[in-house]
Design a protein around this ligand. Structure first.
Ligand SMILES: Cc1cc2nc3c(=O)[nH]c(=O)nc-3n(C[C@H](O)[C@H](O)[C@H](O)COP(=O)(O)OP(=O)(O)OC[C@H]3O[C@@H](n4cnc5c(N)ncnc54)[C@H](O)[C@@H]3O)c2cc1C
Length: 344
C-alpha cells in the first residue's frame, strides 16, 4: 500500500454536493474520503456566502450557507467521512479495468488514495485568488506578494501592507497587527464590506494609530523580485511610497477548472460531461456531480446536485460490491437503513 489510504470512494470537493454524496453512499455501505483545497468544509456556501439566505433547499424555507453546511455535516455523521483539507487533487491513475475500475488519486501534498470509484464534486473547480493588475506582480508572488496567510510567524516584525476592504482583508489586518513591524490597510473607499464587528474593531485600531489606513490603490511594487521593499500607492491627489516586506492582496476568489482538464474526461466548456442515468463521466468509475458536471439542461443548483449524488451512488454500489444485488429502500420504512443511521 506504500502509505496510501484505501477507501471505497474518493470524493473531490467538500461542498454541499460532495457532502450529500457521503450520505447516499453511506446508505449503501460505501465509505468515502473527501479531499478539498480549502481549509474549511462547505464549498461555495461556506467560502462565498456563509451568511446569505438560501430559499430553494427543499424542506428549508430559508437557510444560510453556513447552517446548510452544518446540517449536512450532522446528517452524514453516522457514516464517518474522513476529510483531507488543504490539498488539491491533481492526478488520477487507472489501476483496474472498465468492468472493475480502481484508481489512485494523488494530491499536491504528495498524498495518494486508492479507491474503486472517484466522485468529482469540485463545483466551479478550484478557488484561485484574484490577482490585482499591478505591473510585475507575478515576479513577487510567493515571497513579497502572498494571497493567503499560511504561517502567521512569517509576518513577525515585517512591514505588511494589506490591500482590500472585505472580510479577509480586515480580519488579517486585525489578527496580524500585534506581531508585525507596521500594518497598513490600503482600500479605494473609506467604507468596508465586512462584518460590522470587524469594521468597528478596525476603525478603533486606525484611530489608536495601531493600523495605518491609506485611501487609494497599490500601483507599483519595488525591490529585487521576488523580494519586496516598497509599494507605491496611487491616491486621488498623487502618490506615496511605503516600506513593505509583504503585500497581501485580498480581492476575492475566482474559479478555475484546474487539473480535471488533463484527466482525459470529455468536457463541455469548463464542465465535465456526464450521463443523466448514473452521472458517470467518459471514464468508467469516475463520476461528476454538482456544478462541475454538464448534461443538456444542467442547472447549477444545490438541489440538482443532491439528486445527482443519489443516482451516482447506485452505480458506484455496483463497482464496490459487484456480486451484491442492490435493493431499493426508503429511510422511513427500512430498519436496515435506520440502523446505519443510528436511529434504531
Ligand atoms: C453568491 C451565491 C449564491 C448562491 N445561491 C444559491 C441558491 O440560492 N440556491 C442554490 O441552489 N444555489 C446557489 N448558489 C450555487 C451553489 O452554491 C452551488 O450550486 C453549489 O455550491 C454547488 O455545490 P458543489 O458541491 O457542486 O460545489 P462547490 O460548492 O463549488 O464546492 C466544490 C469544492 O471543491 C473543491 N475543489 C475544487 N477543485 C478541487 C481539487 N482539484 N481538489 C480538491 N478540492 C477541489 C473546492 O475547493 C470547493 O470547496 C449560489 C452561489 C453563489 C456564489
Amino acid at each position: 500500500m506504500n502509505g496510501e489510504i484505501e477507501t471505497d470512494v474518493v470524493i473531490i470537493g467538500a461542498g454541499p454536493v460532495g457532502l450529500f454524496a457521503v450520505f447516499e453512499l453511506g446508505l449503501l455501505d460505501i465509505k468515502a474520503h473527501l479531499i478539498d483545497i480549502l481549509p474549511k468544509i462547505g464549498g461555495q456556501c461556506a467560502e462565498l456566502y456563509p451568511e446569505k439566505p438560501i430559499y430553494d433547499i427543499p424542506g428549508y424555507p430559508v437557510i444560510n450557507g453556513r447552517t446548510l453546511t452544518d446540517q449536512l455535516l450532522k446528517q452524514i455523521e453516522p457514516f464517518g467521512p474522513v476529510f483531507h483539507l488543504e490539498q488539491m487533487a491533481i492526478g488520477v491513475d487507472s489501476l483496474g479495468s472498465d468492468e472493475a475500475p480502481r484508481f489512485r488519486v494523488t494530491t499536491d501534498t504528495g498524498a495518494a488514495y486508492q479507491c474503486a470509484s472517484v466522485i468529482i464534486a469540485a463545483g466551479g473547480g478550484s478557488f484561485q485568488p484574484k490577482r490585482p493588475s499591478i505591473p510585475d506582480i507575478r515576479a513577487y508572488e510567493g515571497d513579497g506578494v502572498q494571497y493567503a496567510v499560511r504561517r502567521r510567524e512569517d509576518f513577525r516584525d515585517r512591514d505588511v501592507v494589506i490591500a482590500g476592504g472585505g472580510d479577509s482583508a480586515l480580519d488579517w489586518a486585525i489578527d496580524l497587527f500585534p506581531i508585525v513591524r507596521s500594518m497598513t490597510l490600503v482600500h479605494r473607499r473609506r467604507g468596508f464590506s465586512a462584518t460590522p464587528h470587524s469594521v468597528e474593531k478596525l476603525n478603533a485600531l486606525i484611530d489608536e494609530g495601531k493600523i495605518r489606513f491609506e485611501l487609494g490603490q497599490v500601483a507599483r511594487l519595488s525591490g529585487p523580485a521576488p523580494r519586496l521593499e516598497a509599494v507605491t500607492i496611487q491616491h486621488d491627489e498623487g502618490e506615496s511610497t511605503l516600506a513593505c516586506d509583504i503585500l497581501l492582496p485580498f480581492f476575492g476568489l475566482t474559479m478555475e477548472i484546474g487539473p480535471f482538464g488533463e484527466w482525459g474526461l470529455e468536457l463541455h466548456d469548463k464542465q465535465i460531461v456526464v450521463d443523466t442515468e448514473k452521472f458517470e463521466t467518459s471514464r468508467k468509475g469516475i463520476f461528476a456531480i454538482g456544478d462541475i458536471g454538464w448534461y443538456p439542461g444542467k442547472l447549477k443548483l444545490i438541489l440538482c446536485g443532491f439528486h445527482e449524488a443519489a443516482l451516482a451512488a447506485q452505480k458506484i454500489h455496483h463497482y464496490v460490491y459487484p456480486d451484491k444485488r442492490l435493493l431499493f429502500q426508503y429511510t422511513t420504512s427500512s430498519t436496515s437503513l435506520q440502523k446505519k443511521l443510528g436511529v434504531k
